[in-house]
Design a protein around this ligand. Structure first.
Ligand code: FAD
Ligand code: EPU
Length: 338
């Protein structure tokens, strides 16, 4: 176990802030992770588990131990004519798993192409995009309980998946480290192209009977046209979740804002795009020194180079207050604030 001291986290998170961490270590196997959990340095310091760092905002230097999870491996556990069950190490890069699955002809996660981060973090917020969430292909996961060092298997029900939610953000927050995730993928996959601009994009390419590889390409194309690349402009994707409001509140707001989009939910409530609220409130493209609200996607807060995490969080809170004042709607952060 190698501990580095006073290390810059700049390359380890997608906001690319120059944050310093007191202690840093990397776990490349479950045994190494167990050794870290049992160590004095882990027990006597606050700690943070880091995958790809694509959903965290560090507001200040971290005076504890950061454990970067790099647990590898994609293992086929069972294969039948129409399904394959794979167990994947928490440190595997999510998009690489998608590319591997698409190349093998295993369907189910092609709509989740190009989401940054690792497989182990994916269940944390039940990652989702273009009409698919990981709960749709999820079987189970293994995690180590920090307090006891014991391994526990969580079934799909036990994960309590919701929109950008799971039990790991609620009842057992920071109590477990996810070490592997098991997925069921389809060999005769039915593609899902109805969401967003997938159909439109495929039609513009003259593709009438899309394969999972076509859908993956379309999603990558759409995402690249909408979202800033964190390697060029620091960001963590959508900073806020899309809020859900009651049907009545939505109708009331529509009398004033007739162009307000809304997506009906099963219980009669409406999900409203936070990007629309933030844009309508005048924040889109606003730059304050080295940070700002992205010019093409108002839901994405950005670091243009030398911004500070503290300033990004201040900006986020100003946006929350301003949207609340104008629309009476609370925006909650999707990004994990450290
Ligand atoms: P990190 O940022 O490293 O960690 C996130 C949280 O999970 C932290 O609290 C961390 O402590 C905890 N954690 C990480 N790994 C583990 C583990 N193994 N065990 C226990 N806790 C752990 N998300 C979507 O859902 N849909 C999108 O379309 C999407 N698009 C994005 C686009 C961009 C450009 C960016 C930058 C982000 C986007 N995101 C999206 C958010 C992000 O990619 C996901 O949340 C991703 O799952 C984060 O993975 P990570 O490994 O980077 O997690
Ligand atoms: N919109 C605006 N102005 C903006 C941005 C968006 O008006 O600046 C409105 C438009 O009406 C648009 C609607 O918002 O039709 C939805 O926009 P978009 O399709 O870009 O999706 P989103 O709601 O902004 C969500 C997820 C993304 C995911 C995409 C595609 C959340 C918080 N965000 O974004 O996930 O990739 O849908 O499924 O649910 C992430 O979680 O980090 C993330 C990027």
């Amino acid at each position: 176990m190698k501990i580095e001291e006073n290390k810059s986290l700049h390359p380890y998170h997608t906001f690319h802030l120059d944050i310093r961490v007191k202690y840093f270590t990397e776990a490349k196997s479950v045994d190494e992770l167990k050794e870290i959990i049992n160590s004095e340095i882990f027990k006597s310091n606050s700690h943070l588990i880091l995958g790809g760092g694509s959903n965290v905002l560090f507001t200040k230097d971290f005076e504890g131990l950061v454990v970067k999870l790099s647990l590898p491996g994609v293992q086929v556990q069972k294969e039948s004519q129409d399904e394959v069950i794979i167990k994947v190490g928490a440190g595997v890069v999510w998009h690489e798993l998608v590319m591997h699955s698409v190349a093998k002809g295993w369907g189910g996660i092609e709509n989740l192409s190009l989401i940054p981060g690792t497989v182990g973090a994916a269940p944390m917020q039940n990652i989702g995009a273009y009409g698919v969430e990981i709960k749709d292909v999820f079987r189970s996961l293994e995690a180590i309980e920090i307090e006891t060092g014991k391994t526990r298997t969580f079934s799909k029900d036990e994960c309590e998946f919701g929109y950008r939610e799971s039990v790991f953000k609620k009842a057992v927050k920071e109590k477990f480290i996810i070490t592997s995730v098991t997925f069921a993928l389809q060999k005769e996959a039915k593609v899902n192209t109805t969401y967003g601009a997938i159909d439109e994009t495929l039609a513009s390419w003259n593709i009438q009977e899309p394969t999972i590889a076509d859908v993956s390409k379309a999603v990558i194309y759409i995402r690249q046209s909408k979202l800033p690349n964190p390697d060029e402009i620091g960001n963590a994707g959508s900073f806020f979740k899309n809020p859900t409001i009651s049907g009545e509140a939505y109708e009331r707001l529509r009398t004033e804002y007739s162009d307000m989009p809304g997506y009906p939910q099963e219980d009669g409530a409406m999900k409203v795009p936070a990007g629309w609220l933030i844009e309508k409130d005048g924040w889109k493209g606003k730059t304050i020194g080295q940070i700002g609200v992205h010019k093409n996607q108002a839901l994405v807060l950005v670091n243009y180079g030398n911004g500070s995490g503290h300033d990004i969080w201040e900006l986020a809170q100003q946006i929350q207050a301003s949207v609340k004042k104008r629309f009476g709607i609370e925006l909650s952060a999707e990004v994990n604030i450290v």
